[in-house]
Design a protein around this ligand. Sequence first.
Ligand SMILES: NC(=O)c1ccc[n+]([C@@H]2O[C@H](COP(=O)([O-])OP(=O)(O)OC[C@H]3O[C@@H](n4cnc5c(N)ncnc54)[C@H](O)[C@@H]3O)[C@@H](O)[C@H]2O)c1
Length: 464
Amino acid sequence: MTFNIALVGCGGMGRRHALGYIELRKYFDTVSLAAVCDVHRDVASTVAEIIGEATGARPDIYTDFDEMLERADLDGVAIVTSTPMHHRFAIKAMEAGLHVITEKPMGLTLKACRQMRYVASTTGVTLAIAENFRRDPMNRLTRALITSGVIGTPYFTLDMHVGSSNGAVMHSTVWRAKKNQAGGMVLDAGVHNADLLLYLMGGADSVFAETSTFESDRTLRPMSEVAPGLAKLYDHRREDGYSTGDSVEHTAVDTAFGLIRFDSGAIGQLSMTDTSHGQSLAVSTISGSDGTLYRPRSRSGESPRIVRRDGVEITGDALLELVPDFELDDSTSTLWDGARRISSYDLEFSTIDSKILAYEYLDMVRAVETGGQPEVGVREGMDALALAYALMESGLKGAPVTVNDVAEGRVSEFQDEIDIEMGNSWINCSAGGFLGIPKVFSLDIRARIFYGFDRLQVSQPRQL
Ligand SMILES: NC(=O)c1ccc[n+]([C@@H]2O[C@H](COP(=O)([O-])OP(=O)(O)OC[C@H]3O[C@@H](n4cnc5c(N)ncnc54)[C@H](O)[C@@H]3O)[C@@H](O)[C@H]2O)c1
């Protein structure tokens, strides 16, 4: 089977998806990127040309998602737009019977995610989340080391990313400065940290955090200054009405210091800020009854490192002896040129990034073909976002929050403002509002869908 997919959103990450697709085609022909879509035609064209040149088949170009859904012959869509469009496009696509892979974060808020979950379950299509960090072979190895008990019982984890953006906006993208567009380092990048912590430590129960927006006056600086390693991938993108040097009001949280209680009883500290001028601190460790594991930077290719309680240090291939059953799955192994048991690798960032993105497409198509779940699906996508938003909710409340309450909408004060602005977008983008909602739903359900489940006083736990 060839799975026809469209890439929607051709900015920085869209271009990286295109490179991921090109990498995929070197090893597999199961996916065909048939169309690209971006509101900026020139941006979409750049990405279409890159794909055409590398694969010999240039995808069709669209600037309107609805028109693309109507005209293109598709099995699925990859949504790589800025975050506010994720749920809108995912829901439209799923209602049209298409499978979806959407970039992280899964949705703008947990309410958006609950709507996506509802539509995925009623339509029965696959909804996958393109969360990439955990797919790094070094994070696979790290997990194998933890679960095989190499550091004993995990007691606590430290995940601290304290640095300075020097008053710039992350990735030179204005939308990343805005709370109402799921911006800010703590949310946009923090959702990766959240997913990895859950992947390595298991479920999270509660969070207490202090949060702040210390620097609301920011400047749009060129990518070559802000993130030189990604600059080449972002040089074609643009945001209407903004140019380099502009002042931007940063309304998103820029600093969070959070404490997590995991279901296992372990404790986590997740601290992130881009306002730490003159000080840079990156710590990612897991400590247990028998020692500490130092996690490598995701996509660096570096080996994890363990220091046992007796002071002995273990890293590199010696780690593999501790996990004799560890090996990469078939798809990852193929993409990593046949590697099965590796403790490090040496590749360019762009190549690593592409291999991981290629894997995400394979994982999604495997789920479609087998009727199984993608590795990162609705549950994992929501869990990670709920943990990231739990920091914000707790920070606003000044008290601990339960992560599940955030996921299911029982705690939502921080997100309420975003949800109100978001409105009933998914209904507007489906077949015409209350009266257009299929009559297979009871009147009560149709009314609740139309007015938004979360706004009605219902005694049972919210479902969407
Ligand atoms: N997994 C990762 O490592 C990773 C890294 C970067 C970004 N991301 C995620 O990818 C997404 C995109 O981020 P980015 O950095 O590429 O942002 P970007 O601003 O560079 O690109 C977004 C693109 O979406 C397009 N777009 C916006 N609204 C649209 C619409 N209605 N129809 C069609 N196109 C539309 C824009 O024109 C733009 O080209 C975000 O959700 C972000 O969180 C993930």
